[in-house]
Write a protein that binds this ligand. Structure first.
Ligand SMILES: *[C@@H]1O[C@H](CO)[C@@H](O)[C@H](O)[C@H]1NC(C)=O
Ligand SMILES: *[C@@H]1O[C@H](CO)[C@@H](O)[C@H](O)[C@H]1NC(C)=O
Ligand SMILES: *[C@@H]1O[C@H](CO)[C@@H](O)[C@H](O)[C@H]1NC(C)=O
Length: 258
């Protein structure tokens, strides 16, 4: 019973729904394009590696000096199309830019492996939308968003600079960021060994047309195969506790301030 219904649903909804597995519709694992909001996540390398201290080794190349892209994730969907491969040549032209803006910081994962995982897990779900319908376009679109959401500058303009000894209130972060990222966002922190709250990630919620303000009641995130990020998981920054914005340390990425 389920199979004919699925076929009808796919045919009615047009080619955008069929992923690339057009000659084998039933390989589709999840409803494709059932999402409404997409999360653009930017991460602060200075804190990301602090969170990985006990599990995985970080390496921050010298040229990483700003917030990096963590990902562009259609909300509450994952791994939509296993038969849409990505190859290094898809990213060849973008590579200088993505290695700067969307690097892996883990010693044990290659850049391409990281990008491949992002594509399989998230990009393949985003690919039903115009402008993201290939590995190359998905990465291009994400880079464009990075240019648009210049949170480095927004923080700097508000006088919020990386420091080991200065703290900021949630309200300071909020008023610096809200003008560019809207009000449907999450500013995430990580608690270090000494109980300090560190600014680690900003998640911006967008509609499918990349305008701000999409809001969806949170559900459980799809299970993340990448244990790395699990180990460095953020939580919403507390509103009543001072927050640190640690500098990036290339020599001691796991302990920038010890
Ligand atoms: C990722 O690419 C950059 C630039 O090519 C390189 O310096 C870095 O070592 C690469 N990272 C890994 C883990 O291979
Ligand atoms: C605060 O930390 C910065 C480096 O982040 C350092 O240059 C400065 O001397 C420190 N100030 C104090 C008062 O410890
Ligand atoms: C973007 O999409 C949202 C939700 O569908 C809609 O309300 C908004 O008007 C759209 N904005 C533009 C500029 O198309």
């Amino acid at each position: 019973m389920a199979a004919p219904l699925l076929l009808v649903a796919i045919l009615l909804s047009g080619p955008a729904l069929t992923c690339q597995c057009t000659n084998d519709l039933f390989q589709i694992e999840k409803p494709f394009c059932g999402w409404e909001c997409i999360t653009f996540a930017l991460m602060w390398p200075g804190a990301f590696c602090v969170g990985l201290k006990k599990s995985l080794e970080c390496n921050i190349p010298q040229y990483i000096q700003s917030w990096t892209i963590h990902g562009l994730w259609p909300m509450y969907q994952g791994s939509c199309c296993s038969c849409w491969p990505i190859f290094p040549s898809d990213l060849e032209e973008l590579e200088p830019e993505i290695s700067h803006l969307w690097p892996t910081l883990l010693k044990t994962t290659s850049n391409f492996t990281f990008w491949k995982n992002e594509w399989i897990k998230h990009g393949s779900c985003a690919a039903c939308v115009e402008g993201m319908n290939s590995p190359t376009r998905y990465f291009q679109r994400t880079l464009k968003l990075r240019g648009h959401f210049d949170i480095d500058r927004a923080l700097m303009d508000a006088g919020i600079k990386p420091s080991c000894n200065k703290t900021y209130q949630f309200e300071d972060l909020h008023s610096a960021l809200a003008p560019i990222i809207g009000d449907k966002y999450e500013i995430q922190c990580l608690k270090d060994d000494e109980g300090r709250e560190l600014l680690i990630q900003v998640k911006i919620s967008l509609f499918r047309n990349f305008t701000l303000g999409c809001h969806k009641t949170p559900q459980a995130e799809p299970t993340d195969a990448r244990t790395a990020w699990k180990a460095s998981e953020g939580h919403p920054c507390p509103k009543d506790t001072p927050v640190f914005y640690f500098p990036i340390s290339y020599e001691h990425p796991h302990d920038p301030c010890d």
